[in-house]
Structures are given as C-alpha cells and as structure tokens.
Write a protein that binds this ligand. Structure first.
Ligand SMILES: *[C@@H]1O[C@H](CO)[C@@H](O)[C@H](O)[C@H]1NC(C)=O
Ligand SMILES: *[C@@H]1O[C@H](CO)[C@@H](O)[C@H](O)[C@H]1NC(C)=O
Length: 157
C-alpha cells in the first residue's frame, strides 16, 4: 500500500511538472492582438520568444513611441516609453511636423498651431523690406521645410 502511494505520488508530481512545462510553452509566445493606431505591424517569428514586432506607418508618419518591440521570454512584448520614460500602452502613427516658421519685419500665412507634411506657408515682408530666401515653403515628410529661410532685409540699397 505504501509503495503504491509513493508510486502514485511520484506519478502525480511527474504529471504536475509535465503540465507545468506545457504551460510554460504556451506562455512562450507574445500576444498577437497588437495594433498601431493609423498603421500596420510586421512580425518576425510569428510572435514567438525573440520575435521582433515592427510598427509601420504611412508615408509622412512615424511610429510613436517606439518603432519596434521584442517578445521577451516571459511572453510579453518589450515596454514602450515616451521621452519622459512613461510607459505607453498603445502605439500610434504620428505625422512629422515642421517647426513653426518665424520672420522679422514680415509675416507668413497661414499662421497655424502646427504644420505637417504637405502644408505650405508664404512669406511677405513689411513695406520697405525685401524678401530674401524662399517666398513659399512646403513642409516635407522628414519634418523640414524645403527651400531656404525667408528673411526680410531693409530695402534700401
Ligand atoms: C484585442 O485588444 C483590444 C484592445 O487592446 C480588445 O478590445 C479586443 O477585445 C482584443 N481582441 C481579442 C481577440 O483579444
Ligand atoms: C517646395 O515644395 C513645393 C511642393 O513640392 C514646391 O511647389 C515648391 O516650389 C518648393 N519650394 C522650394 C523653394 O523649393
């Protein structure tokens, strides 16, 4: 009787550890229900441990706050943090923005809060000033204005 009990105990422990192993195997892949707002994802190794998940955004947009994540051995994707080190749960595609232009002795229009790729501005100088540089500039997908900086110079020559 004692032997049978020991044998069944051993069997139980064996089955228990086998069950646990299976569990670990199940965990050893990352959740595939991952999206990025405004974009798509590409996966290497189908979400298994070591997989790299890449966020893909349309032209003129970039993935925020990270462009890729790695599937860790614990079955979790690497965390994403913003520049202030805060954890961000859901990635999003953000448009590249151009810095707001500035000009002295002149104006530009439209005067917007922010400028994204494709937006254009036009510069004009106050009376008596001459415009040097580009009169019209367009925000490019890399977040830079094309042309050259517009400057208003005293018109007296
Ligand atoms: C996928 O995730 C979203 C939010 O993160 C959740 O609302 C949805 O139910 C999930 N879908 C599945 C199939 O798990
Ligand atoms: C900037 O790009 C726009 C749109 O492609 C173009 O119309 C414009 O002439 C360019 N301006 C300069 C100064 O290159």
């Amino acid at each position: 009787m004692g032997l049978v009990r020991i044998a069944s105990l051993i069997l139980f422990v064996f089955l228990g550890s086998a069950y646990q192993d299976e569990n670990i195997n199940n965990v050893a892949s990352c959740d595939l229900n991952i999206t990025i707002n405004g974009g798509t994802i590409a996966l290497s190794k189908g979400g298994a441990v070591g997989s790299i998940l890449k966020y893909i955004c349309p032209f003129g947009f970039y993935p925020y706050p990270a462009s890729s994540r790695t599937c860790w051995a614990n079955g979790k994707w690497s965390l994403m943090r913003n520049p202030r080190r805060r954890i961000i749960r859901n990635a999003e595609c953000r448009a590249f923005k151009c810095p707001k232009p500035s000009i002295e002795q002149g104006t530009f229009f439209p005067n917007s809060v922010s400028y994204v790729a494709g937006d254009s501005v036009n510069f004009e100088c106050d009376d008596g000033y001459k415009l040097l540089g580009s009169e019209g500039r367009t925000c490019l997908i890399n977040g830079r204005w094309n042309g050259t900086t517009a400057v208003c110079e005293d018109g007296c020559e």
